[in-house]
Ligand binder design. Structure first.
Ligand code: COA
Length: 171
């Protein structure tokens, strides 16, 4: 029953789609993943594999920040999902932690997430409005940020925009 986290590879698409369709109420997130992948914006895409089956998936795609230093680069974490029967056994946490490690290794400065305000702080995320960051969805507590490089969050402010594909599927 060992769990393995590995990058998405060719042939994983259908299993990833099923994870999102089952975890969320609508197929929007599954569709979003397909659109981002097709657009070359699936910057970090990891799957959780148990007994040779894909049971979880996490994606990070580029975001832009209104006021930002020229070389600063940021990603949005979305979507994250674990098959319902495998939830609450640490798989989501492993996907987030492994994903963040890769973001750091690959030189990304900031990761933002719009998600459950009780879930993401355990990975170091805190309210993005504390750093004068705003979002397009009119939410406060659920929009969170984490710096990967020192003082990155002190060098940004203003509106954070997700990839245009997020607008297409309406998530
Ligand atoms: C949210 C999700 C990815 C977490 O993955 P997971 O493998 O179940 O989570 P873990 O086992 O790593 O962590 C369990 C913790 O997450 C919390 N959690 C799970 N779902 C949650 C939710 N919807 N809101 C808030 N906290 C949640 C549990 O209460 C538990 O908290 P505890 O450690 O304080 O007891 C998974 O439950 C899921 O796919 N949910 C449906 C899709 C979704 O909502 N995705 C996230 C969008 S932001």
């Amino acid at each position: 029953m060992t769990l393995r986290i590995r990058p998405e590879t060719v042939g994983d698409q259908q299993a990833i789609r099923i994870v999102h369709e089952q975890a969320f109420d609508t197929p929007n997130e599954a569709h979003l993943v397909d659109l981002l992948r097709k657009a070359g914006k699936a910057t970090v895409s990891l799957v959780a594999v148990q007994n040779e089956s894909i049971v979880g998936h996490i994606l990070f795609s580029p975001v832009t920040i209104e006021n930002s230093s020229p070389n600063l680069v940021a990603l949005g974490l979305a979507p994250l999902a674990v098959l319902p029967e495998f939830q609450n056994s640490g798989i989501g946490s492993k996907l987030v932690r492994e994903g963040l490690k890769i973001c750091i290794s690959n030189g990304w400065d900031i990761v933002v997430v719009l998600g459950h305000p009780t879930y993401y702080p355990r990975f170091g995320f805190s309210k993005a409005s504390n750093y004068k960051l705003t979002n397009e969805y009119g939410v406060d507590d659920p929009f969170m940020a984490l710096e990967m490089t020192e003082r990155a969050l002190s060098r940004v402010s203003g509106l954070v925009k997700y990839a245009s594909e997020f607008g297409v599927v309406g998530t």
